[in-house]
Design a protein. Structure first.
Length: 369
């Protein structure tokens, strides 16, 4: 009888062990599925951030905030490398530590990690110790994971996460962190072009206007606040004639005074840029093309009654003893079209430019396409 009871107990224990293992496997599967769902949700947040009409820097900061919140990380810092300098793009660490975080590439402990494109995990063993890269701080970070970032095999910076507890990342799922790192890289790659455009915007030395690139960054964000916007491009059709007959300094004066007339007559809500050479663009965010016609007709009239005296700097052309002062009279050709939110602005401006370049030099009207 006792033997039978023992056998029964053994069978029950074995059954419970098998059942317990089965439960653990199901829990692991559930955790794995749950983690995948979470990763997909976070990836979706990343993609939503990338598609937002904000600056490249704002997108990186938001992505870093998502990482901190979703993965419950104490400190997260993304540092970019432009080829000449390192710059903190996003961090939740106090600014007094930024200089240290922006120079981690100089630390011996991370140099090999950068060269081999492999993560590096470091931690202190006991209170009172500090991480190798820490200079003056003791209590902020007790362990860290360092990830070099590469876009298409090109080194573009690094991502570092830190914790205030020793060995806090010992059991962290590195595959998840690898996914996060790859998402950061994808985000950096996606917004790289936007960052380039924003960084190459220049101010024209003659007119004080923003260059063409402004349209595709800050300008486009303003336009995309509305469903449609009117876009107007115009060209000084006789600028070559003015340069030939009066001199290039006079031609520059024409461009300066023409842009001043427009700046005096347009709202600050409108976007006015020097597109290229004698071509300019005015964007009317949220305004219908039909509402722009009268305004541009008035602007055109103001421009074409201008009389700009020949510049005295054009020595070869200038004759002080002439009875009548020579004056340049600009003529412009105008084309207007509609921009629809979210569409390719570059293609639209290219179409306007081609129209003006293919028009006869004698044409100086207002056209709609």
């Amino acid at each position: 009888m006792i033997i039978a009871v023992i056998v029964l107990l053994v069978v029950i224990i074995v059954f419970l062990m098998i059942y317990n293992m089965s439960i653990h496997k199901k829990i692991d599967v559930f955790k794995n599925i749950n983690q995948k769902v979470k990763s997909l949700n976070i990836l979706q947040e990343f993609m939503n951030t990338i598609s937002e009409e904000t600056t490249a820097d704002e997108k990186i900061k938001k992505i870093n905030d998502i990482i901190i919140e979703q993965y419950d990380i104490k400190y997260s810092t993304i540092v970019s490398y432009t080829g000449t300098e390192y710059k903190i793009k996003a961090t939740n660490v106090d600014s007094k530590h930024w200089d240290t975080l922006a120079n981690l590439h100089k630390e011996e402990i991370f140099k090999d990690s950068i060269q081999t494109a492999t993560p590096k995990y470091i931690t202190v063993e006991r209170e009172g110790e500090r991480l190798p890269y820490q200079k003056l701080e003791f209590g902020r970070a007790k362990c860290a994971m360092f990830f070099p970032l590469y876009v298409d095999n090109v080194y573009v910076g690094y991502w570092i996460i830190e914790s205030g507890k020793p060995h806090d990342f010992d059991n962290i799922d590195t595959t998840v962190l690898e996914v996060v790192k790859n998402n950061i890289i994808s985000a950096l790659k996606s917004i790289e072009r936007q960052g380039v455009i924003e960084n190459i915007v220049r101010t024209d030395q003659f007119t004080g206007l923003k260059s063409e690139e402004y349209l595709y960054g800050e300008g486009k964000r303003k336009m995309d606040e509305f469903t449609t916007s009117a876009v107007c491009m115009f060209k000084i059709t006789n600028i070559a004639e003015i340069n030939e007959n009066f001199g290039r300094h006079t031609g520059n004066d024409v461009i300066i005074e023409l842009s001043d007339v427009i700046k005096e007559n347009i709202s600050s809500e409108y976007i006015f840029v020097r597109y290229m050479g004698p071509k300019f663009v005015i964007v009317f965010p949220g305004v219908e093309v039909s509402a722009v016609a009268e305004f541009m007709a008035d602007i055109k009239k103001k421009i074409e009654i201008m009389e700009i005296p020949q510049s005295q700097e054009d020595d070869f052309y200038y004759e002080e003893d002439e009875d009548e002062e020579l004056k340049a009279e600009p003529k412009i050709n105008v084309v207007i079209t509609t921009y629809y939110k979210g569409t390719a602005l570059e293609s639209l401006t290219k179409k306007l430019e081609e129209y003006l370049d293919n028009s006869a030099e004698t044409e100086h009207t207002i056209n709609y396409i």
